[in-house]
Design a protein around this ligand. Sequence first.
Ligand code: FNR
Length: 183
Amino acid sequence: GQYQIAVVVGSLRRDSFNRKLADALIKLAPPEFTFKHLNIGDLPLYNQDDDENQAESVKRLKAEIAGAQGLLFVTPEYNRSMPGVLKNALDHASRPYGQNAWAGKPGGVIGASIGSIGTAIAQQHLRNSLAYLDVPTLGQPEAFIHVKEGLFDKDGNIGNEDSRKFLQNWMNRYVDWVKRHAG
Ligand code: FNR
């Protein structure tokens, strides 16, 4: 069958390394997997008062999640946690109570940082929320990508052999995970 994956990048930065990582990863996936970036940059700040009257951007986010068979989170670490924009998106699509759009969608978590242990804590915090949101999340292999010169080549592929092999293995495991857990 075909698998549509909703990609959530935790950075809104124009030249985001995490967006580049997401796009390079997507190229390592098999043809039966297609990927769509979710736009989380136009969501309002979450306010519980609006649960019964969600903004169009929130409804769109929830519909795109509902239409996907899997989730791919690619996030930076901000101040030893996930960025607020990502948490905001998690909160929006989890509501109103009982209508959590994330539930049951198999997920993968990965991230890139300019710091050497970067994204480990952000990923762990994200995993905590995903567990509560009932997202079966790939446990291994973990991947904490340290951004260095040459990580991406001029075509947006992974530029060095070791990293490419590592990330190809990660993608293979992610693909197996989605196939096993997609409804
Ligand atoms: C950072 N950065 C960062 N890096 C890290 O490894 N751990 C951290 O806790 C933080 N904290 C942090 C807070 C804020 C507000 C910013 C803007 C940045 C650095 C971060 O890894 C770097 O900016 C990346 O380039 C962010 O990812 P994108 O935007 O390139 O995808």
